[in-house]
Design a protein around this ligand. Structure first.
Ligand code: SAJ
Length: 423
């Protein structure tokens, strides 16, 4: 199959890197998003999200003329759906964006086209949900057009590298569809490409993120046990990880982002009777912000009313500008609800973007604080020296929820450093 033109629907953290990388592989790409602000920003050659290296790739794709952006889907040889699949209030998957994207392809679908769903989705979505919508065109999947599921598995913060280098799985609704999918991704993927059926590819993606969620949950539960038993969890994990078959992850503020905190629910929704462990891990990770709150309460003598807290970090993890499902934001809200006066500093939060939380300078956030609460392990925070902080505030009490700072160094400078997982 010859891919002269590809339409990528959804220009977010996955769609935009994919569209621009494809365009730089000499394919004509139309990037489609229904948000006029995103289209306006990209049309001016600007990028609406922060991801290391993305600016350059988008810039060169736009300058070469290979990437165009539009509010409307156009006829193409292949269509890639990369829209969000968030969850609803009751944790069921919100498939409305996927449905709308599939519907937008229908009028433009031609015989011989390839359609690929990339959005993380509950098991059997490609066959049970997307295929019937596309067949409203009068064309049949497998005989007239080809349909695949190929999950993105890139790590926010390293998307541009992982998009090219990671192994890729392509699940076809027919073996031929998978071969066509492989031909398309081979244009830019250097990692190995594995071919399977669509439902297996969906399962692979959900298993990966669920596996990680469960592993973070055990680390978080260990941090609570260490706190109960008067043990330093960070030292205990470092020693346990010397075992050749043990690799305990890091406890912290909790699990956020649009992937790991969401995807396991897709299993729970589809098979509640079979997902006891998966559900328990979700509950542990979702309650980690409450554990952090209890540590802040203990640090300040039990009652947070009227206490000033300088919160450092609000993004869902280190060095990203993504605030979706951020546990740090949950902690901030819980502190405020408990009566504390909270001022936050988040280096990745642009004015007016993403969140309805005022962003203070570092100095403002910690001036006059009773407690400095470190919630995200940003590089900029790790590099702070005790003298940087002591010049800005009289506060000498720190609660480090992510093990970013070396205790001795800060203690020598007169700080009391409390850590999550170390009572
Ligand atoms: N976290 C911890 N402790 C750890 C590791 C992570 O508390 O030891 C927290 C992070 O702070 C964050 C959350 O977990 O709040 C998730 O972060 P992450 O870096 O583990 O994962 P994501 O959500 O950025 O990206 C994941 C990746 N999946 C796996 O590693 C299995 C990525 O490869 C996927 O492409 C991505 O989900 C996705 O889009 O599904």
């Amino acid at each position: 199959m010859d891919f002269k033109k590809v339409c990528v629907i959804g220009l977010g953290y996955i769609g935009l890197p994919t569209a621009s990388t494809l365009a730089n592989s000499s394919i004509e790409v139309v990037g489609v998003d229904r948000n006029p602000e995103i289209i306006a920003t990209l049309s001016q050659g600007k990028v609406h999200i922060f991801e290391p290296g993305l600016d350059e790739v988008v810039h060169s794709a736009v300058v070469s003329g290979k990437l165009r952006v539009s509010l409307e889907v156009e006829p193409a040889d292949a269509f890639i759906i990369a829209v969000p699949t968030p969850f609803l209030e009751d944790k069921r998957a919100d498939m409305s964006y996927v449905l709308a994207a599939a519907e937008s392809i229908v009028p433009h679908l031609r015989a011989g086209n390839l359609v690929i769903l990339e959005s993380t989705s509950p098991p059997r979505t490609t066959i049970d949900l997307v295929q019937p919508v596309l067949e409203q065109s009068g064309l049949r999947a497998g005989s007239d057009f080809h349909l695949c599921y190929s999950p993105e598995r890139v790590l926010p913060g390293q998307i541009m590298k992982e998009l090219v280098e990671n192994a890729r799985v392509i699940g076809g609704t027919t073996p031929q569809a998978a071969e066509y999918g492989k031909a398309l991704y081979s244009r830019f993927v250097k990692g190995e490409i594995f071919i399977t059926d669509a439902a297996t590819a969906e399962m692979v993606k959900l298993m990966e993120n669920t596996y990680r969620d469960i592993n973070i949950a055990i680390a978080n539960e260990f941090s609570r046990l260490a706190d109960r038993f008067g043990i330093n969890i960070w030292e205990a994990i470092a020693i346990a990880n010397k075992h050749p078959r043990v690799r305990i992850l890091n406890p912290g503020t909790g699990v956020g982002g649009h992937c790991i905190s969401v995807d396991p629910w897709f299993f729970v929704e589809k098979a509640p009777d079979l997902t006891t462990l998966i559900k328990a891990a979700r509950d542990v990770n979702d309650s980690q912000p409450a554990f952090v709150l209890s540590l802040a309460q203990r640090a300040l003598g039990g009652d947070l009313r009227g206490k000033s807290i300088g919160v450092l970090g609000l993004s869902f993890k280190a060095d990203v500008d993504d605030f979706r499902e951020s546990p740090a934001v949950t902690v901030l809200e819980a502190l405020t609800a408990a009566g504390a006066k909270v001022k936050a500093h988040e280096p990745y939060l642009n004015e007016g973007k993403h969140l309805n939380i005022s962003n203070h300078s570092l100095a403002d956030a910690i001036a006059g604080a009773d407690l400095i609460l470190l919630l995200v392990n940003h590089k900029a925070f790790r590099e702070l020296k005790p003298r940087d902080i002591s010049a800005m505030t009289d506060c000498r009490l720190i609660l480090d929820a992510v093990n970013a700072w070396q205790e001795e160094e800060w203690q020598q400078a007169g700080f009391t450093v409390l850590k999550l997982g170390k009572s």
